[in-house]
Design a protein around this ligand. Structure first.
Ligand code: ADP
Ligand code: ZN
Length: 613
């Protein structure tokens, strides 16, 4: 059976091997047994029910919460020659009627439907079709414990009453232990097997930058994007106004960008999403309202302009990058300003304690100086055996020095003001800035005034962040964000404990580029995907650009997103293998029978042409 499914995987999807747990889940569904599969975003959940749908008699019913997601999946299936359709409430009744008729005739291997749709059709259409299996995507929506509860999902518990013998496969990318149980119980799964694949996404690089001022943040973002010309990326912001200001700023810098937030009209939102999906724009500056309906496989980076409120959201948001498994970058900016805002959100929320605790964990992640991936995996209950080699801490480990004197200067200054100053004023005192407000308070008379004038402002800022992280000081959020010296801080101040700091380093505004090159010589990256930088002007770069252009032209002709024609991973494989015959082209990742037949000739001709020139 496994062999047979592996053949179908190549024939229809063009993949040579299964991702972790795919084969196991597929086997179980084909045996008509129930399962719950937990896989990270990009883990390859869809194949787990699409492939059984191909081998089994009848039509697979796929419950999905969003029309955009269904549309995307149906597009991708159709492009691979698999008959599939979505029945949704936006269609006119006569179109739905025709579609129902075709379903009854058994013309489709998969039928996508919303949970409401499914409930409406239980006694009608569904009772008259031959059904092979039921897949429930985003199954965490069934649970009140999850972060995305949808009441319509809760009513899916009737499924088993109607179809006691059909195999049900529930799938999700986020479910803690309580939610898992809830899914199993509510769906009344019969002796279900639980599949949990690793949540590690080794192809995503992780970087956190702290304490930058707005102007510095924006400069860092612009240069990051310039290095990734023509690549798709998402820039998440906390405030709607920021999404608009940043999109405008990027457009002024010749980046094709649009804003997306819940305050825009549905038309405007749809246009932004559609332009992004179809590569008419490269960057979306968005609030968290953006993302649920995004299945775009070639998002190459995600930046958080502000810190997210918890690790679940953060992981889900960065997870939108690199679904195709290719190397993708993520960067998070974090500041005390964000913490202050998030803290007030959390304490105003109904679940005060839980949310503050989640925020604390997020803050710890940002402030860590051990491998960030270890922290993430640990948070999701997995153990990481090694440092990842693909986060900023691993790539650029901190250089430590005895910072006791610096710490003492700062702590003493805080105490001498009566613990009445925030971070900026403290630095101004240490550096003897002479600012009006400072003089008005008489801080220029303090003994520590100017005690740290040898260090620039940004260096002090970095060290004060480290003192917070080390627990020498804390922020009094209720007291105007003033700094307070802790008991541990007093020990450091009186020389009872040595304070070790990590040396300040000028941030590499260009982002990752230099490090990636360094990494080519000494690959430490665990991902199976080799890290490849295509040098500008090289034959590979020319080939890569030409392939992209061809893909875009075909996509425009067929009025479908470019990644549906071929994923970035497929193009990358072509650049590496340079197939000059149809036979060789058939071996490319993502080339199944239909795509070989449809696009083989033009792509091979282009590759020959470019390589000859
Ligand atoms: P999920 O729903 O878990 O987020 P998808 O089903 O959308 O993930 O799959 C993510 C990407 O991985 C898609 O581009 C898909 O084509 C690709 N993919 C899935 N299975 C495999 C496989 N066995 N080999 C290579 N690529 C795969
Ligand atoms: Zn690491």
């Amino acid at each position: 059976m496994i062999q047979e499914t592996a053949l179908l995987l190549k024939k229809y999807f063009g993949f040579d091997s299964f991702r972790p747990l795919q084969a196991e889940v597929i086997g179980r569904v084909i045996e008509k047994k129930d399962s719950l599969a937990l896989m990270p975003t990009g883990g390859g959940k869809s194949v787990c029910y699409q492939l059984p749908a191909l081998c089994m008699k009848g039509t697979a019913i796929v419950v999905s919460p969003l029309i955009a997601l269904m549309k995307d999946q149906v597009n991708a299936l159709t492009a691979n020659g698999i008959p599939a359709v979505a029945l949704n409430s936006m269609m006119p009744e006569y179109a739905r009627q025709t579609l129902r008729q075709r379903c009854i005739e058994g013309q489709y291997k998969l039928l996508y439907i919303s949970p409401e749709g499914l409930l409406n059709e239980l006694d009608g259409l569904l009772s008259r079709m031959e059904i092979s299996l039921v897949a429930i995507d985003e199954a965490h929506c069934i649970s009140r414990w999850g972060h995305d509860f949808r009441p319509e999902y809760a009513r899916l518990s009737v499924l088993k009453e109607y179809f006691p013998h059909l195999p049900v496969l529930a799938l999700t990318a986020t479910a803690d232990k309580v939610t898992r149980l809830d899914i199993i119980n509510q769906l009344k799964l019969n002796d279900p097997e639980l599949f949990v694949s690793s949540f590690d996404r080794p192809n995503l690089s992780l970087t956190v930058r702290r304490g930058l001022e707005k102007r510095e943040k924006i400069a860092a973002i612009v240069s990051f994007i310039r290095l990734r010309k023509g690549q798709s990326g998402i820039l998440y912001c906390m405030k709607r106004a920021d999404t608009e200001a940043l999109a405008l700023h990027l457009r002024e810098n010749a980046v094709k960008a649009a804003a997306y937030h819940a305050g825009l009209s549905p038309d405007e939102r749809e246009r932004a999403q559609d332009d992004f999906t179809n590569d008419r724009i490269d960057v979306v500056c968005a609030t968290v309202a953006f993302g649920m309906g995004i299945d775009k496989s070639n998002v190459r980076w995600v930046i958080h302009y502000n810190m997210p409120g918890n690790i679940e959201n953060y992981y889900q948001e960065i997870g939108r990058a690199g679904r195709d498994g290719l190397k993708s970058d993520t960067m998070l900016f974090y500041s005390i300003g964000d913490l202050v805002v998030l803290r007030s959100f959390a304490s105003e929320s109904g679940q005060n304690d839980v949310n503050i605790e989640k925020l604390n964990r997020m803050q710890l992640y940002c402030e860590t100086d051990v491998c960030r991936r270890r922290i993430l995996l640990n948070y999701f209950g997995e153990e990481a055996g090694n440092d990842c080699g693909n986060c900023d801490v691993c790539l650029d480990p901190p250089q430590r020095f005895d910072g006791s004197v610096l710490v003492q200067k700062a702590l003493s200054a805080i105490l001498r003001t009566g613990e009445r100053v925030g971070m900026n004023m403290l630095i101004d005192i240490l550096r003897a800035s002479g600012k009006v407000e400072l003089l008005r308070q008489g801080y220029d008379k303090l003994k520590t005034y100017g005690a740290g004038r040898d260090l620039p402002f940004k260096v002090w800022r970095e060290y004060i962040y480290q003192m917070l992280q080390l627990g020498y000081i804390e922020i009094d959020y209720a007291g105007g964000q003033t700094l307070k010296v802790t008991a541990l801080g007093r020990k450091a101040l009186f020389g009872e404990a040595k304070a070790v700091l990590a040396a300040y380093r000028e941030p590499d505004v260009a982002g990752f580029a230099k490090k990636e090159k360094k990494e080519r010589g000494a690959p430490r990256h665990k991902s199976k995907q080799p890290i490849r930088i295509v040098e500008t002007g090289s034959p590979e770069k020319t080939l890569s650009d030409s392939l992209r252009q061809l893909r875009l032209r075909i996509a425009q002709q067929e009025k479908t997103p470019a990644y549906i024609i071929f994923s970035d991973a497929a193009l990358e494989d072509m650049v590496q293998k340079k197939p000059l015959t149809l036979e060789a082209f058939a071996g490319i990742r993502g080339v199944g029978e239909v795509k070989l037949e449809k696009y083989g000739d033009v792509f091979v001709a282009l590759i020959r042409h470019v390589l000859k020139a």
